[in-house]
Design a protein around this ligand. Structure first.
Ligand code: FUB
Length: 455
């Protein structure tokens, strides 16, 4: 898996170098570069965005998805890899298809609703994972499906009244009223009428007269309920409807994102964070990417004055940072704006670490607030070879060298030591590049890093 990705990454690096003179702006979409991600579901909690995604396997030729992943950011540009706190094995009754879900917090617990195939029936069902914090680990809340009717893509919304709703469906659209425990419901399974007034008109498919396809994302803003959804297969675009109540009647409002981006599916997720609105989606933008090897990306947007959503376009730049990153506190190495050639893995010291690093691979960390200047760089590292190093650079992966820390052979990929080296020239707020150098093969792992000031 790592080998395939590295091959394509190197092709991309070469292509990038060829394009660099013409297009110097650096891309920060898609959000994750070291694995394929799909079906974004963002959640704002305690000053961070937690992003729940699916994981398309490398080389997939179908929606071959075995686990879900969690990422988080405080600035919308650097994303921390929290690994996979929930997978098909979490649900003993599930056989396959870890597809599009959404997580929500209630009373200090995190509930993650996901569609999977129920082994006993062979049909798609909705399961619920529950955890005590947003990055899990999640456990099966029920030991059975919450609801099952062969349809997919749950979206959860807690209304101001405290009443929670779960919506889902393809080809139909359904909802239940969740009870306060978030793992049971009352009032039966309700079907939302798919009228052309509510969900637009599709031509050419008598079985599906409206644009609604799948992937509903339901939320409330300024007293208005929004249902943003994947429309008209295939290729899908993103459309939306609004309603005065959580159960309708829905009125079709138009296009949020036209068909584009090398994936025949798309999937919406919308949040407000630190004074801005953000639209998450997926496409096939990574090398080797396509309809079954997708990547999650994000755009900043502003609602129109009347509450309508403007039509958005996919970009490679992504949104600007809404915060700086503090280099003088410990930062996880897997907090990344753009990673080239690297992978991540579960660390023996907790969380994840950056791994499978070859000569010339690098990590970019954006908008790092060095202030008056850093004098030391410290990193928690491991290696099974001698003579590799972490180069601390700014201005680009081969930009000005601020310092270089040599990494010893620690005797194992999960045998950790802390190295420090002097750095200079890192002042103000700038992008940081950690470039890895040495011989051939895998060079080193990094678990975390931190800068210091003073002598
Ligand atoms: O990722 C698998 C499926 O593809 C999702 O459940 C759909 O929304 C589509 O994105």
């Amino acid at each position: 898996m790592a080998t395939t990705r590295k091959f394509w990454t190197r092709i991309a690096v070469v292509a990038g170098l060829l394009l660099a003179a013409a297009a110097p702006a650096s891309a920060d979409n898609p959000i994750v570069q070291h694995i394929y991600t799909a079906d974004p579901a963002p959640l704002v909690h305690n000053g961070r965005v937690y992003l729940y995604t699916g994981h398309d396997e490398d080389g997939s030729t179908w929606f071959t998805m075995k686990e879900w992943r969690v990422w988080s950011s405080a600035d919308m540009v650097n994303w921390t890899d929290h690994g996979s706190p929930m997978n098909l094995g979490t649900f003993s009754w599930a056989s396959k298809d870890a597809w599009a879900g959404q997580a929500v917090e209630r009373n200090g617990k995190f509930y993650w609703y996901v569609p999977v195939v129920n082994r006993a029936t062979g049909r798609m069902a909705i399961g619920v994972g529950v955890a005590d914090n947003p990055t899990g680990p999640f456990r099966d809340a029920l030991g059975r499906p919450l609801v099952e009717n062969g349809e997919i893509d749950p979206s959860v919304m807690i209304d101001d009244t405290g009443q929670a709703y779960l919506y889902w469906g393809n080809p139909n659209l359904w909802y239940v009223r969740l009870n306060a425990d978030m793992i049971s419901f009352s009032g039966g399974v309700n079907q939302i009428p798919l009228t052309t007034a509510g969900f637009g008109t599709r031509t050419g498919d008598p079985n599906r007269p409206t644009l609604y396809e799948e992937g509903p994302w339901v939320y409330k803003r300024n007293g208005l309920y929004y249902n943003v959804f994947a429309a008209k297969c295939c290729s899908e675009f993103i459309g939306y409807s609004t309603a005065p109540t959580p159960t309708g009647p829905w009125t079709y409002r138009g296009t949020v994102m036209a068909t584009q981006g090398s994936s025949f599916t798309n999937h919406p997720g919308i949040i407000d964070f630190k004074g801005n609105s953000y639209f998450f989606y997926h496409n096939g933008a990574l090398p080797g990417g396509g309809g079954f090897t997708r990547s999650v990306a994000v755009e900043r947007f502003s609602y129109n004055a009347d509450g309508t959503i403007p039509s958005l376009t996919m970009t490679t730049a992504g949104p600007p940072a809404v915060d700086t990153l503090n280099p003088y506190v410990r930062q996880e190495a897997e907090t990344i704006a753009w990673g080239s050639g690297i992978e991540t893995e579960v660390s023996s010291e907790g969380g994840m670490n950056v791994s499978h690093v070859n000569n010339g691979d690098h990590i970019k960390v954006k908008n790092v607030a060095f202030g008056n200047g850093a004098t030391t760089f410290t990193a928690r590292v491991s290696s099974t070879v001698a003579g590799s190093s972490v180069e601390v650079r700014s201005g680009g992966p081969t930009g000005a060298l601020a310092g270089r820390c040599t990494v010893p052979n620690t005797g194992g990929w999960q045998t950790w030591t802390t190295v420090s080296c002097p750095v200079s020239g890192l002042t103000g707020t700038r992008d940081l590049y950690l470039r890895f150098s040495g011989g051939t093969g895998y060079l080193l792992n990094v678990n975390w890093w931190q800068f210091g000031t003073g002598a």
